[in-house]
Design a protein around this ligand. Structure first.
Ligand code: SF4
Ligand code: SF4
Length: 142
């Protein structure tokens, strides 16, 4: 009985509150800190080269197998990245790739508007993965 009375007053209060939804895309929500959007590759800001060494850890820890890394190892056992791509159609935005990358070469951006007309457009190569997202992580909460 107490719960029924409680619910009655909650619902009564809701009548006088504004709508909880927004008119997307005319209105945009403020994304909570820690939101996981499109994974992106980070650049070394001094050299403007990508930080990724091609170690392949992100590909191994990705539960959906959507990251592909090709690398070359030279005679000094030094590995360098040849290609990296990400199939966004399979990504579940778990954040494993960013969490396990020792170089912090990949991070989860705040970009969340990711729809495309062509399925093939969701396969992102190195260049697309380095592009700045809608909301740069480091500026968004400054
Ligand atoms: S993004 Fe990080 S984990 Fe993935 S291949 Fe590059 S350095 Fe390795
Ligand atoms: S966020 Fe998760 S599913 Fe998406 S690429 Fe990274 S590890 Fe894979």
């Amino acid at each position: 009985m107490l719960q029924i009375i409680k619910n009655f007053f909650i619902n009564l209060g809701n009548i006088f509150k504004g709508p909880r939804t927004i008119l997307y895309p005319a209105e945009r929500i403020i994304l909570p800190e820690g939101t996981r959007g499109l994974p992106r590759l980070r650049l070394n800001l001094d050299t403007l080269e990508i930080i990724c060494s091609g170690c392949g850890t992100c590909a191994r820890v990705c539960p959906e197998g959507c990251i592909e890394v090709k690398a070359t190892v030279n005679e000094h056992e030094r590995r360098s990245l040849d290609e990296i791509s990400l199939d966004l159609s399979r990504c579940i935005f778990c954040g494993n790739c960013a969490e396990y990358c020792e170089l912090k070469a990949i991070e989860m951006s705040y970009k969340y508007q990711l729809s495309e007309y062509e399925l093939g457009s969701l396969k992102l190569e190195e260049l697309e993965l380095t592009k700045q997202a809608d909301y740069p992580v480091e500026d968004f909460w400054a």
